[in-house]
Each structure stands twice: as structure tokens, then as C-alpha cells.
Design a protein around this ligand. Structure first.
Ligand SMILES: Nc1ncnc2c1ncn2[C@@H]1O[C@H](COP(=O)(O)OP(=O)(O)OP(=O)(O)O)[C@@H](O)[C@H]1O
Ligand SMILES: [Mg+2]
Length: 364
């Protein structure tokens, strides 16, 4: 196990800059998940840590030692790829034992090591099979077993279960978590899937276009997004983001959306730190509160769309020129064109500098 530090790494592929000054420290035993859109640089970062790709600038340290110029084989880091990369002519046992043969471990130690990972991954009954006789989930279990068997300093996984169907992914997600808890390996895990990221990660790293946007615990990136990108990338349905104008004094302000003059009252503790720069308001659908009566601070609006989702509905309402999405109890409104009152929960509101996209935080 080891601490991994990435210090200001940059990477060009020819003229194209794909990693821009990326820095992070992954603690010993931590499970970090990298999340971001296709092409944002997740795989490149992982490959750079493993030594499968060089970096153009910056440093990579494992337990404080610079390794950016070392070969992959000298870094002692295991990598699990998305595609099943088992040796087809070997049995499961031989596949898992392969890295141990490569380091000339003796036969009895080898057997004990394979047995241990097979137990953790619950694949003991499969040890004599060939990969062609395995399901997709089992193949990926074996690939993870092969990566773990020699007790690497860290385990890097690049969408290891991305190719599996949804049910199997859910099951494997739980197993990977259990595996991490029992082995405690420093792990970096790449995924497109937010739910996977939220459920597995000690901390999530959000990347966009080669730039690290935020690193934090799952609830932190959800509740305190650092900028508009993170705010709209994390959470489903996406956070409502709209330009707003503020009017008021110390006691609070009226927050006007979509050119509507009525405004929502926000207390001073929430808006006191805002200094007159052009603002965007971010508010998640669960903080857009609908009622049938004139609740305090609410304004009367009309529904424009209802999306029934079983456990709840997503209801769109129009405020001035802006449509806000609300997560509302199932059946609360009957359809579009209905009059309702809408309020916003000021304590769940996020303000962003409209130009830079950076979150503007006060005392909260
Ligand atoms: N060997 C290469 N040569 C040239 N460009 C590359 C190479 N590998 C990656 N790229 C480019 O670098 C950028 C980052 O790629 P990377 O594979 O790291 O993205 P990713 O976040 O893993 O995406 P995905 O989610 O699709 O796997 C992309 O624009 C990609 O086209
Ligand atoms: Mg990738």
C-alpha cells in the first residue's frame, strides 16, 4: 500500500494538451474515483500513474519517491482494464498465478496467494475453467484477482465493470467495495457512472477537459460544488441553473429569476456575501418546493411539464422566462397548465459568479 501524489502533471499528445496542471494526493488506503465526460483525461491520468504513459511535465510520487521517469514494472502498481484481458489458453488459476510466476514466487506461496484472492472474490469454484467458460462478471473478477494477487502498492481500475449489464454492475459495485474494505489497497477507479462514483468513493475527482475541477467526498461535491461544471455534472436530474438579479439590503434580498419581478426572499445570511457581480443561481430540483397554497415566500406559477417517475415526479414550472424543475411527490400535480405555488429553499441555494463559473460562498 502506498500514498500517491500527482504534482502539476501536464500531458500533450502531439499538439493537443490533454492534461493541464493536474495535482492530487491519494492517501494510503484511500479509494478515489475519477469521474468525467469522455475524453476529459481519466485514462491518461491513470496510465501516467501506472507508468504506461509518460507525462510532459510535473511529478508523480509514490510514498514520497519520484517515479515519473521509472518504468511501469518498477512502480509496482496493478492495472485493471475495461476490456477483459485474460489469457485465453490458461485456466483461471493460471491467469491469477501468472504475475507470481513472473516474479518467481515458489509454488506453495503461489498457491496460498491465489487461494486467498479467489476466496475474497468468491471464484474458487471457477479456478479450473478457461476464460471462455466464464460470464462477463466472473471474467472481471478474475482480472481483478490477477491484479491484486501480488499485493501491489496500488490498484488502478479503468471502468472495470463498464461493459457489464446494469444488474451485474450493481452487484460488482458492492463486491468491489467489500474487496476494498477487506484489502484496503490504495485504489484509483475511473468511471462514467455517477452512482458508482458516489457509492464507492472516499473522494471523487471531477475532471473536465484535462482540468481537475474538484476533489472531495461524495457529499461534498454534491452539496458544495466548486463551480458550475461540477454543479451541473453531479446529480440527476441536473441542478437548475439560471441567471438572477438581486435587490435588497442587509436584511436579505429578493432573488429575481427569468425577468420575473416578484422575486423570492432570501435571508441575509444566505446572500449577505454577494457583491453585485453578475450571478447565476443553482438550485437542485429537490430544493424547488411546490405547494397548492400561497406558502410564505412562494410565487404563483404554472406547470409546463410533468414527468412521472414512479417514486416521484419531475415537474417543470415557468418563472418569468425560466423553467425550473422540481422533484415532487408522485401525483402532486395532475398535468401541465396547472397553477401552483413555487418556493426555493434558500439554504440549498448555490450562487456562482456568472463569468468565471466559480461558486461564491459565504458563511455556509
Ligand atoms: N495515444 C493517444 N494519442 C493521441 N491522443 C490521445 C491518445 N490517448 C488519448 N488521447 C486523447 O487524449 C484525450 C484524453 O483521453 P483519455 O483516454 O484520457 O480520456 P478519458 O477521460 O479516459 O475518456 P473515456 O471516458 O472516453 O475513456 C482525448 O481527447 C483522447 O482523444
Ligand atoms: Mg478512458
Amino acid at each position: 500500500m502506498a500514498e500517491i501524489e500527482i504534482r502539476n502533471i501536464g500531458k500533450f499528445f502531439g499538439p493537443v494538451e490533454v492534461l493541464k496542471d493536474v495535482s492530487m494526493t491519494i492517501a494510503d488506503g484511500e479509494f478515489v474515483v475519477m469521474l468525467g465526460e469522455s475524453g476529459c483525461g481519466k485514462t491518461t491520468t491513470l496510465r501516467a500513474i501506472a507508468g504506461l504513459e509518460s507525462v510532459t511535465s510535473g511529478k508523480i510520487l509514490i510514498d514520497g519517491e519520484e517515479v515519473q521517469d521509472k518504468k511501469a514494472s518498477e512502480r509496482d502498481i496493478a492495472f485493471v482494464f475495461q476490456s477483459f484481458s485474460l489469457y485465453p489458453h490458461m485456466t483461471v488459476y493460471e491467469n491469477i498465478a501468472f504475475p507470481l510466476r513472473a516474479v518467481r514466487m515458489n509454488a506453495s506461496d503461489r498457491q496460498a496467494a491465489v487461494k486467498e484472492v479467489a476466496e475474497i472474490l468468491r471464484i474458487e469454484p471457477l479456478l479450473n475453467r478457461k476464460p471462455s467458460a466464464l460470464s462477463g462478471g466472473d471474467m472481471q473478477r478474475v482480472a481483478i484477482g490477477r491484479a491484486l494477487v501480488r499485493r501491489p502498492k496500488a490498484l488502478l481500475m479503468d471502468e472495470p465493470i463498464g461493459a457489464l449489464d446494469a444488474t451485474l454492475r450493481e452487484q460488482m459495485r458492492a463486491e468491489i467495495k467489500r474487496l476494498h474494505i477487506s484489502r484496503g489497497s490504495t485504489s484509483v477507479y475511473v468511471t462514467h457512472d455517477q452512482i458508482e462514483a458516489m457509492s464507492l468513493a472516499d473522494r471523487i475527482v471531477i475532471m473536465n477537459d484535462g482540468i481537475l475541477q474538484q476533489i472531495g467526498a461524495p457529499e461534498e461535491v454534491y452539496l458544495r460544488p466548486a463551480n458550475l461544471f461540477v454543479a451541473q455534472f453531479v446529480g440527476s436530474p441536473v441542478m437548475n441553473v439560471t441567471d438572477v438579479a438581486l435587490e435588497g439590503g442587509d436584511g436579505g434580498a429578493s432573488v429575481m429569476i427569468g425577468g420575473d419581478k416578484q422575486g423570492f426572499h432570501f435571508p441575509g445570511q444566505v446572500v449577505g456575501h454577494l457583491n453585485g457581480a453578475p450571478l447565476s443561481l443553482g438550485i437542485r430540483p429537490e430544493a424547488v418546493l411546490l405547494s397548492h397554497d400561497a406558502a410564505h415566500g412562494a410565487i404563483e406559477v404554472e406547470t409546463t411539464n410533468v414527468e412521472p417517475l414512479g417514486s416521484h415526479d419531475i415537474v417543470d414550472v415557468r418563472v418569468g422566462e425560466t423553467v425550473l424543475r422540481s422533484r415532487t411527490e408522485a401525483g402532486f400535480v395532475s398535468g401541465e397548465g396547472q397553477k401552483v405555488w413555487v418556493g426555493l429553499d434558500p439554504l440549498q441555494a448555490h450562487f456562482f459568479d456568472r463569468d468565471s463559473g466559480q461558486a461564491l460562498r459565504g458563511a455556509n
